[in-house]
Design a protein around this ligand. Sequence first.
Ligand SMILES: CC(=O)/C=C/C=C(C)/C=C/C1=C(C)CCCC1(C)C
Ligand SMILES: CC(/C=C/C=O)=C\C=C\C=O
Ligand SMILES: [Fe+2]
Length: 555
Amino acid sequence: MASFASLATKIYCNKILSDRFDHDKDESYFGKVKVNEKPKKNLDLKLVTNVASQLPVIVLPPDEVVKKEKKLAAWTSVRQERWEGELVVEGDLPLWLNGTYLRNGPGQWHIGNYNFRHLFDGYATLVRLHFENGRLIMGHRQIESEAYKAAKHNNKICYREFSEVPKPDNFLSYIGDMAKLLSGASLTDNANTGVVKLGDGRVVCLTETIKGSIIIDPDTLDTIGKFEFSDSLGGLIHSAHPIVTDSEFWTLIPDLINPGYLVVRMEQGTNERKYIGRVSCRGGPAPGWVHSFPVTEHYIIVPEMPLRYCAQNLLKAEPTPLYKFEWHPHSKGFMHVMCKASGNIVASVEVPLFVTFHFINAYEEKDEDGRVTAVIADCCEHSADTTILDKLRLENLRSFNGEDVLPDARVGRFRIALDGSPYGELEAALDPNEHGRGMDMCSFNPCYLGKKYRYAYACGAKRPCNFPNTLTKIDLFEKKAKNWYDEGAVPSEPFFVARPGATEEDDGVVISMISDKNGEGYALILDGSTFEEIARAKFPYGLPYGLHGCWVPKK
Ligand SMILES: CC(=O)/C=C/C=C(C)/C=C/C1=C(C)CCCC1(C)C
Ligand SMILES: CC(/C=C/C=O)=C\C=C\C=O
Ligand SMILES: [Fe+2]
């Protein structure tokens, strides 16, 4: 029997493909390629076992195929179902960086010959960057959701995705489909938005449908099974971005029947969400879309965006310009502040119109006696312009012709005074030109969750562009940004990992995955403080764009 070390070296140098998609009939996708030279050091036993247990794993496309394809890989389906191997690192990875960055996103945008339309429709692709003693193992794998398995089995979409709806076979099945929509049975469980590590160590992939909460193994990327909530709170949809700490999990459940939001909390180690309070909507026929929300130390902030869920659009078979949503400027925008401990609403204010997917962070302002006078909440704000949703159609993402078409965005800073005033403020936290007027996919040092913070990391823009194409470090005190750019490339969410024992907020690294203009890709590690590159590692082939990630520290 081969020793672990020699097995590791063999797998490392010469991968064998096991799975590929039906559409990848092109024989050029098969072959052998040398990914790396010899490993620098011996892999430790655990790592070797993990790698070895996946044999036979992979075949890479020959070098010449990769070189021929100059197309940005970001908006193309993932090349094969899974891959795992060690990457050659240029530069030096910090030796303290031991753990796994997991990133989730919609990586397969077709089934059979049918091509999906929107970025958010794709079947979930998980990517894993495992850092250990200065070395980097990359792996990717599809999440085995019911929606993905059924689509592969039947060669067609079988569940309702963000914009795609299964085509009814006949009128009777159409009637059945309506019933399945109302019960939630036809909603997707394609957990393609994010991934979180719960306080008890379970790792859960998420989307906006509650049934799309799927437990995975962070080492093998195996789909373990559904995360089932054990309570009787029900609901079909929730915020795609819960607030997760080592001790708790907060989320919002929009109520489409009696417009409002349930605020719920789950103690870590349990599957039971508990009702904390309810916010009733102040405007419009339905709650605003709530992809994310922020918290402070004592409060949950519930945004009521004038881009609202729309029951009629939910029922439609073809996507509408705003998908399942509708823009209701006359219904106004509101921000509600709820006390975490009591569930009481301490402020509910009208704010200027806004459009956001992602809140960054929030904190409390105090007077000299320590009393909370206001709450500050920051978000990636798309200038109250809903066209950003259309810009995320794959056709638009794939057809950049040099024209500057990305709508302006900014760090939108809400200030909600707790003195009973009926209005809240919304202003840019810094001049948006600092980051090219592009702003999304944010992170910050999680030790500063809910607290006054100085630094945010996000994707900004170097124009002209059709999608955020820079990584930017925002200094909210100095109101300055430092930008990283690779011409023609699309970087994913810059994810901050703090150095253990750090005392400075920006002492750590920022991890991103880049799709470059040659159709290839690499992992990029920037210094959190200087925002200079410290290491990069080329992927065997370009990967599709991914959305959100989490850090699983070494046990
Ligand atoms: C990928 C991402 O960021 C968002 C994904 C959103 C999804 C999958 C939303 C799905 C929905 C349905 C399938 C029906 C109900 C409405 C809505 C939550 C938009
Ligand atoms: C990628 C994105 C917006 C980019 C716009 O500038 C939004 C993603 C939303 C879901 O996670
Ligand atoms: Fe998101």
